[in-house]
Write a protein that binds this ligand. Structure first.
Ligand code: ADP
Length: 309
């Protein structure tokens, strides 16, 4: 095996023109006899570190979510990763991070995922502070398309937030992180609890009134607000105060955003889940028809305001 790996590394080095894959950083998946080299750190989460992984059989670059087994010793921590694998592995859509494979060794668990080289909307907003309505139309349309697909598999994501909206090389939006997701078992089923803390938590989730798909629509309103305003709608300095504001539906829509955008955000942030728009209603909203909706965006948008014709 070692000799074969060595040959693969030499092969890969000559074929691809990158220098950040250290030949000493071999990761071997014995279940599929695949050798990977570990590259750049892509990001850190609560559980995982995410690195570029180069598959030496195909020379394709993936994102490897690597979780130390010491971090998933507790049952609820294991549960998160198992749920993530089970729910994500069957998803295949342009706007959902594709699951490639899953394996483990003595020390780590590895999730091999589609690589999103341009990081997340959090990184983008750090550089940009806020986005133009044209860009927000572009990202929100893709986000809702992805969520529609996820819901069509009877899955609620439950943690739609800027950090889970990743971008690939071509600036396509990909929904990531199914760690808090859940499957709806029968029509009308209400979930009572979430094992974890969703970022843009809906009031019915917070109050344990029973929740379903509409909790994701609430989060869509929060994401859209955050992209246009530069901070989330209910943000305060403490979680407790934020929860008071969510329960009281107390947020301010600044006058810098357009009428159609305000309207759509307001509809999503309705306290009664059943009164929020469906995903089809969301896509048919005036917001999308009231202005330019680009098919693609240049990568320069990651750090500079785009100029549109
Ligand atoms: P955790 O489950 O521990 O919170 P995340 O799924 O949030 O881990 O991943 C941690 C970070 O790794 C993310 O914030 C993101 O920057 C990066 N990341 C995750 N998945 C990918 C991917 N498919 N492509 C590129 N970067 C990724």
């Amino acid at each position: 095996v070692e000799m074969r790996q060595q040959r693969h590394i030499e092969d890969a080095n000559s074929k691809i023109n990158v220098n950040h894959f250290d030949p000493n950083s071999i990761i071997y998946d014995s279940t599929t006899d695949t050798t990977y080299l570990r590259g750049r750190l892509l990001g850190k989460g609560g559980f995982a570190r995410c690195y570029e992984l180069l598959d030496l059989n195909t020379n394709k670059i993936y994102a490897g979510k690597i979780v130390s087994k010491t971090r998933i010793a507790k049952p609820h921590q294991r549960q998160k990763i198992i749920r993530e694998v089970e729910l994500q592995r069957n998803m295949k859509h342009r706007n959902v991070v594709e699951f490639h494979s899953f394996f483990e060794d003595d020390e780590f668990v590895y999730l091999v995922l589609e690589n999103c080289s341009r990081k997340s909307l959090v990184h983008m907003l750090k550089h940009r502070k806020m986005l133009t309505e044209i860009e927000v139309r572009y990202y929100m349309r893709q986000l809702v398309e992805g969520v529609k697909y996820i819901h069509s598999h009877n899955v609620i994501h439950r943690d739609l937030k800027l950090g889970n909206m990743l971008l690939n090389e071509d600036m396509e939006l990909k929904i990531a992180d199914f760690g808090l997701a859940t499957k709806i078992g029968y029509e009308g089923e209400k979930k009572m609890t979430v094992c974890g803390t969703p970022n843009y938590i809906a009031p019915e989730v917070l109050q344990k009134r029973g929740h379903s798909y509409e909790a994701d629509v609430w989060a869509l309103g929060c994401v859209m607000y955050a992209l246009l305003v530069g901070r989330p709608p209910f943000e305060t300095s403490t979680l407790k105060e934020t929860y008071v504001r969510i329960t009281g539906n107390s947020y301010v829509l600044p006058n810098t955003i357009s009428g159609p955008a305000k309207n759509l955000i307001q509809k999503c942030l309705t306290p009664e889940p059943e009164l929020r728009p469906s995903l089809d209603q969301f896509l048919a909203d005036d917001f999308f028809t009231s202005g330019y909706l680009p098919k693609t965006l240049p990568s320069s948008c990651c750090n500079a305001v785009p100029k549109f014709p």
